[in-house]
Design a protein around this ligand. Sequence first.
Ligand SMILES: [Zn+2]
Ligand SMILES: [Zn+2]
Length: 461
Amino acid sequence: MDRRILITGGRIADGLGGEPRSGDVLVVGERIAAVAPPGRLGAAGASLLDATGLVVAPGFIDVHSHADNAPLLPADDVGKILQGVTTEVVGNCGFSLAPAADEHRRALDEHLAQLFPPVKVRAARSGKDAAAWRDFGEFLRVCDAAGHVTNYCPLVGHGTLRIAAFGVADRPASVAELRLMVRLLDEALEAGAFGLSSGLIYPPGRYAGADELARLAARLGPRRIYATHMRSEGLGLADAIDEALTIGDRAGCRVQISHLKAMGRPAWGAVVPALRALDAARARGCAVGHDAYPYTASSTLLTTLLPPELLTGSHTEILDRLRRPDAAALLADAIGHGRPGWDNRIGSTGWQSVRIASSASGRFDGLTLAEVAATLEAPPAEALRRVLVTERLRVTAVTFGMSEDDVAAVLAHPSTMIGSDGAPPGVSGKPHPRGHGAFPRMLGRYVRDRRLVPLGPALRR
Ligand SMILES: [Zn+2]
Ligand SMILES: [Zn+2]
């Protein structure tokens, strides 16, 4: 017989935006069998769970997760479930663990190693080489066999898709390459992918124009999503939102703006017109959503702080360019003077605002770039260059670059979903706390303490 659990004494949130009301919940097996006013449900044969003083809510959705590798870890990843999250949308920012092609395996490994820890562990125990999958369906079968803690909604990363089709070339896709990407994407969607994600600040995603993205997104149909880490989250935010909406219009798919924010002091305040533009798009019938995490610090690959002339080509080409004798001077010049159309995040936040979260050797973890420079007794641009070269680009950093007012404005908006954007589980070092704290922080700091959003509507998001 199915296990029966009676949850009593709590206030029940329906997840549709209503304020929580007193009541009891009966769970039979894996289903909610009944919800009723206090004392109405029979307790026969049920184990009792006393929720007095607590709120009982449906599981949360982490709409922006990077826990693609969670099923492949040796131990269960409980970072999300302990926050009340029961569903995760993974494969974001252009990074997914499939599809893969043998001829571009090395490029894909280098690309993914910037974000993910090694992903072979659990599958290796079962005797299979987990990283040997090629198509998306095979990857999902490996994950399903390993087992999930939360419900898993995978997106196909555009960066991964591009590498599988033609490596990391810094140019638009040819007709044949685009056709191959379309075929691989179609296979992934057929196998169960929920949509496509792009990461337009990262190689190789940033090498694609709107045309390539719209042609791919056109395969999604009206129900799946195109989630995008946009080309700019600084002074170019408005143009970046335009690009995303245009791609959605052309493709006829749903659009999700990932981790909406304005980075760097010169861009502060830009979230207000951005939210207005998104509302206007919704009013004219665009199916566009957006998400955010409740922190003023962001986190991403340290390479994204490089100016465009250094962040081009393959992983090896970027490293070679950084090894040249003139690289530090070029870096100092770009950060000191800026470049047209480039989000100069160090220039707009300062060397002390960028803190290294994880590095391949671990030796820089927890230090700001200003502290790294002092430790290495080098000018900051040279210190940044040396860190990237010695760690072979495998460095992530936390940047303190948003304003509290902007974060509050985004979180207060009724259409903002919460997405943790946490580092993949198993990453070492000192990662941004959002992966373990985004949902409690939203409910504790912004809902309970600051009363930015009432509890019922907050639980809906
Ligand atoms: Zn992103
Ligand atoms: Zn992300």
